[in-house]
Design a protein around this ligand. Structure first.
Ligand code: ATP
Ligand code: MG
Length: 444
């Protein structure tokens, strides 16, 4: 345990306040995993915590959470509490401070998260969390239906911990999810997205069993689950293919995981089956883009994600042709950044890998396309700052102004892209002077 956490515990104990490590850190420590943070809980009230430590921040005072600052390290201390009723399915109407750690543990979601430890009492484990850790079970504390009715997010958290730890859901907990799943619609999407992302990071295959928990935002995942792909290029149905593709993301990336999750959702609605029984999905990237545009809004994703994800979906099937024109068009005419192109390559790699051996043959084309892109963009200018002249030069030598200058720079960039050997001041200025009539004419 970090020095500062121990100091806070010692000081609380010395002042006569019961305190304990709780939740994730106890679970991880029992599993032999280094905890990423340490949650301290105590019988002391927030004002008593404040009085005891010089520097505190009232992080979540209403809920009893204080941050104690000890030489720049932050330690969170939360007063033992019980939660009241949940009339809106989201937030407890009130929290009530309590004296015993057991009562605090009873409000927690799963037995494996409802253990406490301190040096005096050792492990406090009223719900059999340690045994469930050994069995690899995620089990709700108390009556699962009631607990999911209190806070529907817990249904997704159950899958999240199962995915991360490689656990299974306790049968009663799982049945309760089936029964309560429509209540997920009441949960704020901002709370859900991080949980979903963690599932995609650790074990995307879990999504197969939880499409109902995505349904209010992405009903297409369930349609994808029901859509087979009879094709020599595939070994699995649409959803299985999607989830398998996410497994190939290495290193994992939130934006790309979401792009892959959405990339083939246009397939169910575009599926046609030919006489031979073969499935085709003509136009699925466009249909997918429409879905992605809606989903990124509904998930309230950051604006940079909202821009790129639908583009990655739209283009996931288009391997960039090995031509200077194609690269110039994508990067300059369509305005894709180098970063976006690299993201597209990664999406395409993952997508192709989740195909049958026959489908994977496209990998050669992708690799060649990527190598061509790398080689050409390394040896040719593709941004204004890589040019041997700038706007000021153009102004000085031509007298062009404002929009004419940026037009001229664009023309220079195109010229230098195709003739990289001319990317020097003399050649580029000569080019500008020669194109002057055209540039001025462009303004007329
Ligand atoms: P992680 O390592 O992912 O942070 P964690 O167990 O610390 O895992 P948090 O989401 O940080 O998970 O929550 C801290 C603790 O608070 C949990 O261990 C659990 O005891 C409790 N908790 C969190 N969210 C809920 C909830 N929605 N309902 C009940 N208890 C919860
Ligand atoms: Mg935590």
């Amino acid at each position: 345990m970090p020095e500062q956490v121990k100091t806070v515990m010692d000081r609380l104990t010395a002042a006569g306040h019961d305190c304990a490590l709780v939740g994730g850190c106890v679970r991880d420590w029992l599993l032999g995993i280094e905890p990423h943070d340490y949650d301290l809980a105590t019988a002391a009230r927030p004002e008593q915590v404040m009085a005891l430590f010089g520097h505190t921040i009232p992080t979540g005072l209403r809920h009893g959470t204080m941050t104690v600052l000890l030489d720049k390290t932050q330690v969170e201390v939360t007063t033992y509490r019980r939660e009241g009723t949940y009339s809106d399915n989201r937030h407890p109407d009130q929290v009530e401070f309590v004296e015993d750690v057991e009562q605090d543990l009873a409000r927690r979601d799963f037995t494996i998260n409802a253990m406490a430890w301190n040096p005096i009492r050792g492990l406090v484990d009223p719900f059999g969390g340690r045994q469930d850790l050994e069995k690899g079970l995620v089990r709700a504390v108390g009556d699962p239906v009631q607990r999911f009715e209190e806070d529907a997010l817990r249904m997704v958290r159950a899958w999240r911990f199962a995915a991360r730890l490689g656990f299974t859901l306790d049968p009663a907990t799982r049945r309760a999810i089936d029964r309560c799943q429509s209540r997920i619609a009441d949960v704020a999407v901002e709370r859900l997205v991080p949980e979903w992302l963690e599932i995609l990071r650790y074990d995307p295959g879990r999504v197969m069993d939880m499409t109902g928990l995505f349904a209010p935002w992405i009903p297409e995942l369930e349609f994808a689950r029901q859509t087979p792909q009879h094709s020599p290029y595939h070994y699995a149905g649409v959803l299985q293919h999607i989830l398998d593709s996410i497994r190939y993301l290495d290193p994992f990336d939130d934006i790309l995981a979401l792009a892959l999750l959405l990339h083939d959702l246009g397939k169910p609605e575009t599926r046609t089956t030919s006489a031979g029984g073969r499935d085709h999905f003509k136009g699925h990237p466009i249909a997918g883009q429409t879905i992605a545009l809606r989903v990124v809004e509904e998930l309230k994703l950051p604006s940079a994600w909202k821009k790129v994800i639908p583009q990655l979906v739209l283009h996931h099937d288009d391997i960039l042709p090995r031509s200077l024109e194609a690269i110039f068009r994508l990067r300059i005419t369509e305005g894709w950044s180098d970063e976006w192109v690299r993201m597209l390559f990664r999406v395409q790699y993952c997508d192709i890998m989740a195909h049958s051996a026959k489908g994977r043959q496209r990998l050669e084309r992708l690799k060649a396309s990527q190598a061509f892109y790398e080689e050409q963009t390394a040896s040719r200018p593709l941004s204004l700052k890589e040019l041997a002249i700038d706007g000021r030069d153009i102004m000085t030598y031509t007298g062009l102004r404002n929009r004419q200058i940026s037009q001229a720079l664009q023309a220079v960039l195109e010229y230098a892209w195709y003739h990289p050997e001319k990317n020097n001041r003399l050649d580029l200025l000569t080019f500008v002077l020669r194109s002057l009539p055209r540039l001025e004419g462009g303004m007329a």
